[in-house]
Write a protein that binds this ligand. Structure first.
Ligand code: ADP
Ligand code: ASP
Ligand code: MG
Length: 414
């Protein structure tokens, strides 16, 4: 029998009524004849609440205990969904990450999946049961509970889809697909019927929360077809799939903003060979992921080096940067959390020129100063002030003609 994997996000299970609605939807897939595996997130807001609670108890909770704590959120929702399915007369069984056979490394709070042993799931499916799996968690070889990073129920679903060779993985959320920009910010954003893995990967890693980026990476690697859709409607959503030639016709597929990064600067750094290598080696040794880097000459023989990182790494990064600054004789270290990264993404950028100029002029038109720039084959990103991020998204969305109105006007003209 064909396998389907459905994933329901936190907002889809945020009340008993919604859990019953999800149960009905899951049963529909079973009735069509699918072997049905369901991945569920914690009830919306639960994970944040649990993390907050930990920090109310101590400033520096152990990551192992954070995992023991936050993995409970998903355990609650799988049990409730299984009960709701039972009450409608169908057989279902809930599993935690460890019961599912999701084996990870031991990097608590951001563990990587090493392998999946799906025998238990397959067994239950062969008995005709709907299998309901707790998202975002796994277990190490030594039976330690791990979590896979925020938003990683998407990853659980895609990984199970890959290993069970699912016909499709459906990601049910509170929007009915992937939009040209966050519909909460750009009110005229349009739903995309289809998007390539690479574009979705860029959008996800540049701030489009709708899919977790590691999940998209996994889907691309194992060629898993993904359908992002709403748990509140039956409408078709967005298909994420392999690139087709025709997709290059669209220059800019979407606009994103990431408000969770921070900038660190080393000022008055001696300007000589090997210094940058030393600074970034020390940061890498501490497992700090660097995003953008800029270096400019400040005074004769000195330069300033600025780079961006995930905001949650700021404290650690400043500590390392201060030590390095002392060792190399840099003047000072400063940090800035009030930044945002706005980006445009599209396969068509490969074959079109003038896109960067158009982006910069849209930002200039709103009097938005660009502090850093980075580009790749299919994206351009700019660091700007955080408070201007929404304004920038709207301006870029309009400049590249992504909104609904523009399309309607074009139709009228014909
Ligand atoms: P879930 O809890 O179901 O995993 P998330 O909150 O993680 O849902 O993701 C859905 C949210 O992603 C939407 O409510 C929307 O505001 C946001 N989002 C950001 N960018 C986009 C985009 N380009 N298209 C659709 N949704 C987006
Ligand atoms: N509950 C987890 C989180 O909030 C995982 C998820 O929802 O995907 O990050
Ligand atoms: Mg999510």
């Amino acid at each position: 029998m064909a396998v389907i994997v459905q994933k329901y996000g936190g907002s889809s299970v945020s009340s008993p009524e919604r859990i019953r609605t999800v149960a009905r939807r899951v049963i529909e897939a079973r009735k069509v004849g699918y072997d049905t595996v369901v991945v569920v997130s914690a009830i919306g807001g639960t994970t944040d609440e649990l993390v907050k609670l930990a920090y109310q108890v101590t400033d520096s909770p152990s990551e192992r205990e954070i995992d023991v704590l936050i993995s409970t959120g998903e355990q609650v929702s799988v049990a409730l969904l299984a009960m709701a399915v039972h009450s409608l007369g169908y057989e279902a069984i809930s599993f935690t990450g460890s019961q599912t056979g999701i084996v990870t490394d031991s990097a608590h709070t951001r563990a990587r999946i090493m392998k999946i042993e799906p025998e238990k799931i397959k067994n239950e499916l062969s008995l005709g049961k709907i299998v309901i799996v707790a998202g975002f968690q796994g277990t190490t070889q030594d039976s330690e509970i791990t979590t896979l990073g925020r938003g990683a129920s998407d990853l659980t679903a895609i990984a199970l889809g890959a290993v069970l060779k699912a016909e499709v993985v459906e990601i049910y959320t509170d929007v009915d697909g992937v939009y040209t920009a966050d519909p909460k910010v750009a009110k005229d954003a349009r739903k995309l019927p289809v998007i390539s893995y690479d574009e979705m990967l860029e959008m996800a890693s540049l701030g489009a929360q709708v899919m977790q980026s590691r999940a998209v990476e996994f889907a691309k690697k194992f060629n898993v077809p993904v359908h992002v859709r709403s748990s509140f409607s039956k409408d078709a959503g967005t298909l994420i799939r392999e690139e087709a030639k025709s997709m290059e016709k669209i220059v800019v597929r979407g606009v994103t903003a990431n408000k969770s990064e921070a900038k660190v600067s080393l000022l008055g750094v001696p300007d000589r060979p090997g210094i940058a290598a030393l600074i970034f080696k020390r940061l890498a040794d501490d497992d700090i992921n660097i995003d953008m880097i800029v270096q400019n000459v400040s005074e004769v023989g000195k330069s300033d080096i600025s780079f961006t990182i995930e905001g949650s790494d700021l404290k650690r990064t400043v500590a390392v940067a201060e030590k390095v600054a002392k060792d190399i004789g840099a003047r000072e270290v400063s940090s800035d959390e009030n930044i945002a990264k706005v980006s445009i993404v599209g396969l068509g950028m490969r074959s079109h020129s003038g896109i960067a100029a158009k982006m910069f002029s849209a930002l200039a038109g709103e009097n938005i100063n660009i502090e850093m720039i980075s580009t790749s084959e299919i994206k351009i990103s700019c660091i700007i002030r955080k408070k201007l991020a929404d304004k920038a998204v709207k301006a870029l969305h309009a400049k590249f003609g992504l909104g609904k109105q523009r399309k309607a006007r074009r139709k009228k003209k014909k």
